[in-house]
Design a protein around this ligand. Structure first.
Ligand SMILES: [Zn+2]
Length: 124
């Protein structure tokens, strides 16, 4: 992979990183607003039970997305680190180059198509 390629994927990664951080901030903001703390004392019956259930569900979903996003952020950061060390684009299992069309879609991919497929088969 030459320097131009690396620069291309670096910019893809940085763009993706910005979006992920934005998303994390949005969710954190939302969780803060949804949090009922503060008006519990002033109003003994602030919520209808159905609302509470929906809120709990939403919270669960939000925290799931949040953990997915922070995982993604980690992968993006480690890919950016690999670009700095010029080891970017190599499969972490077999050491072969990860397919470029794959990196185009998932610039933080750690494995080549073949190894990914094997891992997926194992996890099933
Ligand atoms: Zn591989």
């Amino acid at each position: 992979m030459n320097k131009n390629d690396l620069r291309h994927y670096e910019s893809l990664l940085k763009k993706e990183r910005k979006q992920v951080i934005q998303e994390i901030e949005n969710i954190e903001q939302k969780i803060k607003i949804d949090s009922p703390e503060g008006n519990v004392d002033t109003n003994p019956y602030p919520y209808h039970w159905a609302d509470v259930a929906t809120q709990e569900e939403n919270k669960e979903m939000d925290s799931q997305i949040l953990s997915q996003m922070s995982k993604k952020l980690e992968m993006i950061d480690s890919a950016l680190e690999k670009i700095r060390q010029e080891t970017y684009g190599k499969c972490e299992i077999c050491g072969k180059s990860v397919e470029k069309e794959r990196l185009e879609i998932i610039p933080y991919a750690r494995y080549c198509k073949e190894c990914r497929a094997k891992l997926d088969a194992q996890n099933r």
